[in-house]
Design a protein around this ligand. Structure first.
Ligand SMILES: [Mn+2]
Length: 431
């Protein structure tokens, strides 16, 4: 109930911000409020430049637990004296923005992101600050009902994200929800425009704040600082924000290239985004019948999948069985790293990945019948058609949403789950 109220407050705070764009824009920082931008331009560009700080900044303030009172008043014009508040007056009217208004604003943000190559670092930080508590307050195991779009690996392919988000926005008015199965960053050298991990996660964070009850983000094995320092995301951040090419460098130790002494922008962006990743949920159950996870199932949840709920967040980065929390959490590692394998008759260590499990058709069937589920949706492996009925019995599907992954000719796909049916929509890299 408390979460629900917070969620409503967040939405309304955010929404009311979006709804009134004053003459003078403002950016919130660290819970405070100050006027820093004087908007004198007209037309779309200037409007956009004013909208986004409001979207993110307004939510940041709310998320930080600052009293919401002031958010519902117009911003003062600095040229005019600010009148004293009138305490006798009745409480401010909270303007609840309609979903259609939010959808329209999201489309504006989408178009702006499409045209930008690099998202300003301050904007990334603001999105991280705004979304962090929203994600942290969600349980490790999400339980949702309704119509869903389900999205597999994106791996830095921004065009793929645009495609699925446009589909979501076209249906959001009807209450459709969208669930991402993780692996937002890393790889993506062959993606149109090159790897766009920062742009993807920043946009996802903003959408999560704008649509907290319709957008859901699970964690993949690449949402982990020890994984994405090796697989491209660190390189992307260093290249875009610091102009430094670190490709080919051996990342032997985690703190070799960043840490307290490394305060350059690219490292800070990388570090901040990774700290938000630690708050992502690990699995979801849709309509009580579809189990969704990035990698796969674990022997630990064969009799009680609700054990996932007991994994507390933030769950800090792992080192594959070492001393850090995720590494010690075998269940979390299994959920993020496991793979189905048709010739396996019992759970086996996933040796090629050095993490997680292999599981076969009988483990899937046992899991489904024990919990009265119909099927499993997972990602984690490339599928030529964008999706794959793994054992041919519609009990477990792999979903992969990054076309032309690693130069392959694969399509991407999204799953479309309704209460009574499910199907897949395939797409290529042309948005
Ligand atoms: Mn993966």
């Amino acid at each position: 109930m408390k979460k629900k109220i917070l969620s409503i407050l967040l939405s309304t705070a955010l929404i009311s911000q979006i709804g009134m764009i004053p003459q003078t824009s403002a950016v919130y920082a660290g819970g405070g409020r100050r006027n820093v931008v004087q908007c004198t331009q007209s037309g779309d560009e200037s409007r956009l430049s004013r909208v986004l700080p409001w979207v993110i900044g307004g939510t940041l303030t709310a998320a930080a637990g600052i009293v919401l009172h002031g958010l519902y008043h117009s911003r003062p014009d600095p040229a005019k004296p600010v009148p004293e508040p009138e305490p006798e007056k009745s409480p401010p009217v909270i303007r609840i923005q309609t979903v259609s208004k939010r959808i329209a604003e999201a489309k504006v943000i989408l178009n702006r992101y499409e045209s930008l190559d690099t998202i300003p670092a301050d904007e990334v930080y603001q999105a991280c600050n705004a979304v962090e508590s929203v994600l942290r307050d969600e349980p490790s195991l999400l339980t949702r009902d309704g119509n869903f779009i389900v999205v597999g690996d994106l791996h830095s392919n921004f065009e793929a994200l645009l495609f699925v988000i446009r589909r979501f926005l076209a249906e959001a008015l009807n209450g459709t929800q969208i669930l991402f199965l993780g692996d937002y960053v890393d790889k993506g050298d062959e993606a149109p425009g090159g790897p766009q991990g920062v742009k993807i996660v920043t946009l996802l964070f903003i959408l999560k704040v704008m649509f907290p009850d319709q957008v859901f983000l699970l964690r993949g094995n690449h949402e982990d600082i020890q994984q994405n320092i090796m697989c491209g995301f660190y390189e992307e951040c260093k290249k875009k924000y610091d102009g430094v090419d670190v490709s080919g460098t051996q990342y032997v130790r985690l703190n070799q290239y960043f840490g307290e002494n490394d305060t350059v922008t690219g490292t800070k962006v990388y570090d901040r985004i990774n700290s938000v990743f630690n708050n992502l949920s690990l699995a979801a159950v849709i309509n009580g019948s579809t189990f969704c996870v990035h990698g796969g199932i674990s022997p630990e949840i064969m009799s009680d999948f609700r054990l996932i709920e007991s994994i507390s967040k933030p769950l800090v980065s792992f080192d594959r069985g070492g001393e850090s929390p995720l590494g010690r959490n075998k269940l979390a590692m299994d959920l993020l790293w496991s793979d189905p394998k048709d010739d396996v008759t019992k759970f086996e260590f996933n040796a090629p990945r050095e993490s997680g499990q292999f599981f076969g058709p009988s483990q899937v069937d046992d899991f489904l019948s024990a919990h009265n589920f119909k099927c499993i949706f997972r990602a984690h492996q490339m599928a030529t058609d964008g999706y794959n009925d793994v054992f041919g019995d519609s009990h477990i599907f792999t979903l992969f949403s990054a076309p032309n992954y690693g130069g392959a000719k694969n399509q991407g796909a999204m799953g479309i789950i309704n209460v009574r049916s499910m199907r897949f929509k395939r797409f290529s890299n042309t948005v």
